[in-house]
Design a protein around this ligand. Structure first.
Ligand SMILES: [Zn+2]
Length: 236
C-alpha cells in the first residue's frame, strides 16, 4: 500500500477518535444537568408525598375536633333533658340527642377510615423514602463519576492531538488538503476501503480497470460516486 495512504488511514483513525472524544466531552455538562434535574424531581416527588401525608393528618385532627364538639353537645343535651318541663319538649330533646348520636357515629367512622388510610400511607411513605434515597445516591454517584471523567478525557484528547499532528506532518500537503476537503464534506470520513470491487462507504461498484489499478499500483484513486480516497487491504 502507498505509504501516504497508510498515513492518511492513521490520520483519519486519530481524527475520528478525537471527534468522538470531543463529542463525549461536550455532552458532559448537559448530561450532568439532566442528572441533576432527575435528582431534583426525585426529591420533590417525595416532598409532595410527605406534604400529602401531613395534609391527611391535619384533616384527621380537624375531624377529631368536630367529634369532640359533638360529644360535648351530647352531654349538654343530656343535662338539659333533666330540666324539661313537658312531654313535647322532652320528645324534641330526645330527637336532638338521637340525631347528635347518629352524627357522632358517622364522624367516628370517618376518623377510623382516615386512620386506616394513614397507616397504609405511612407504610408506602417509608418504602418510597428508602427507594428515593437509594436512587438519589446512585444518581449522585453517576454525577460524580461523570464529572471526574473530564480531566482523563481531556488528557486523552491532548495525546490524540499530538499524535494527529505528527502523522499529518508526514503527509504531502496537497494530498492532505484534498483529504481535508473531502473529510469536511463527508462528516470526517475521507477514506473508503475498496472491497470486493465496491466502495465500502457508498457501496457503489468501482470500475474494473480502476479496481485493478488500485490493487496493482501506488497511485491515489477516488471513488467516482462519493469522491472519497480509496484504499485496499487486498493485493500488494
Ligand atoms: Zn464511494
Amino acid at each position: 500500500m502507498n505509504p501516504e495512504l497508510r498515513n492518511l488511514i492513521a490520520l483519519q483513525d486519530l481524527e475520528l477518535k478525537s471527534a468522538e472524544l470531543q463529542k463525549q466531552l461536550s455532552d458532559i455538562p448537559l448530561q450532568i444537568q439532566n442528572l441533576n434535574e432527575e435528582l431534583a424531581r426525585l426529591t420533590s416527588a417525595h416532598e409532595e408525598r410527605v406534604a400529602a401525608a401531613k395534609e391527611l393528618a391535619n384533616r384527621r385532627r380537624t375531624l377529631e375536633g368536630q367529634v369532640d364538639m359533638l360529644w360535648a353537645k351530647l352531654a349538654r343535651l343530656k343535662d338539659q333533658l333533666m330540666t324539661v318541663k313537658n312531654n313535647k319538649e322532652y320528645t324534641a330533646m330526645l330527637n336532638e340527642i338521637q340525631t347528635t348520636e347518629g352524627l357522632i357515629r358517622e364522624e367516628e367512622d370517618k376518623v377510623l377510615e382516615m386512620m386506616e388510610e394513614m397507616e397504609a400511607r405511612d407504610r408506602d411513605l417509608a418504602s418510597a423514602e428508602a427507594e428515593m434515597r437509594t436512587q438519589s445516591a446512585a444518581l449522585q454517584e453517576v454525577i460524580r463519576t461523570t464529572g471526574d471523567s473530564v480531566p482523563g478525557l481531556e488528557q486523552q484528547l491532548a495525546r490524540l492531538e499530538e499524535e494527529r499532528e505528527s502523522v499529518a506532518a508526514l503527509i504531502d500537503s496537497e494530498l492532505l488538503a484534498r483529504y481535508r476537503q473531502i473529510a469536511g464534506a463527508r462528516k470526517g470520513v475521507a477514506l473508503a476501503e475498496a472491497r470486493d470491487e465496491l466502495c465500502s462507504c457508498c457501496h457503489v461498484r468501482i470500475r474494473p480497470q480502476m479496481y485493478a489499478d488500485l490493487l496493482r499500483t501506488d497511485d491515489i484513486f477516488y471513488c467516482d460516486s462519493c469522491s472519497r480516497i480509496l484504499f485496499s487491504r487486498e493485493g500488494q
